[in-house]
Design a protein. Structure first.
Length: 320
């Protein structure tokens, strides 16, 4: 049984996918993403593979009717982006910029393919890094979920952005970028992208990465924008790795518009949640965060930005 259920009190979608219990958990004796494995073969540098333990699939059965609760068929695709043949690399930031760019190009190509599927409404691209946050396989990889619903977090962002657009005639996210760029929370700014610790950060070392051009979808980014994005992500993730003296677990999520419809008021961006506190201890989402949505920070975002800028300088000095 696999289906999508909706919480009527919040609008959140929950994917019920019991087959996920079968997936291998941090195996020591083998890795299904290594070259020569049954799914990978040889002669590649980046692969996109079907997830063997998917949350959504093209053959998902119809949901069981409940009569009260809203349900949806768990239709879609769950994919794994194997970012390198090298098993022992710690992070995406350890790859050459050209390799990161190739990863992004392949994800963009997959997004274009997904947009042609009438059953897919949203493409969620994300990356989890670190055993501490439950990564089941440590070989460098990211994931794609092609979903029949819009995640509620994105839906709330869309609603806020549309309200701002209609009331002020401007993009909310563009105004956020304009406010953050000269602030003490700014990390770096290129010709096409900017990165900063947001004023409203929820996590100890949270970084948002925005294109300076107002676009809504990954497929709207040109090759030059993807090339600079690869450089920015490498720099930001390197800084996270060095900010507290040891590699930091993180979550990285692409926020983009739904694949269909007019969402000109929205602005694509990446959100990266560095999970270590300044003292190197893991930050957990406990009762206040999970039950009430009230996040607490032990240090100000301005302090996190200062730490990350110093780490950025260290990363640059190593590559100069």
């Amino acid at each position: 049984m696999s289906e999508i259920r909706r919480d009527p009190t919040t609008g959140d979608w929950i994917v019920v996918a019991p087959r996920r219990l079968e997936r291998p958990w941090q195996p020591e004796s083998f890795c299904p993403f290594d070259p020569g494995a049954p799914e990978t073969g040889h002669g590649w540098d980046v692969l996109i593979l079907p997830n063997r333990y998917p949350v959504v699939s093209a053959d998902a059965p119809p949901p069981r009717p409940d009569g009260f609760y809203e349900t949806a068929r768990a239709y879609g695709r769950a994919l794994v982006v194997v970012e390198t043949p090298s098993h022992d690399l710690d992070d995406l930031s350890d790859l050459p910029v050209e390799q990161i760019e190739k990863v992004l190009r392949m994800v963009r190509d997959e997004a274009a393919r997904a947009a042609s599927d009438p059953g897919v409404l949203y493409l969620l691209y994300f990356r989890n890094k670190g055993r501490e946050i439950g990564v089941s396989l440590t070989h460098p990889h990211s994931q794609i979920y092609e979903l029949p619903v819009v995640p509620e977090r994105i839906a709330r962002e869309l609603e806020r952005a549309e309200e701002y657009w209609r009331s002020r005639g401007r993009c909310l996210h563009c105004d956020v970028v304009a406010r953050e760029s000269p602030s003490g929370r700014a990390l770096l700014r290129g010709t096409r992208w900017t990165a900063f610790v947001p004023y409203y950060a929820r996590w100890p070392h949270e970084v948002h990465v925005y294109p300076l051009r107002h676009v809504q979808l990954l497929t709207q980014l040109d090759d030059e924008e993807l090339a600079e994005l690869a450089r920015v992500l490498k720099a930001v993730l390197c800084a996270l790795k060095r900010a507290v003296g040891r590699p930091m677990p993180y979550m990285m999520v692409l926020h983009q518009a739904p694949l269909r419809g007019d969402h000109r008021y929205y602005h694509l961006h990446f959100e990266i949640y560095g999970m270590y506190r300044p003292d190197g201890r893991l930050k957990y989402a406990a009762s206040a965060e999970t039950g009430a949505g009230i996040y607490t920070l032990d240090a100000a975002p301005e302090d996190a930005a200062e730490r990350l800028r110093k780490a950025l300088a260290s990363c640059r000095s190593d590559t100069s």
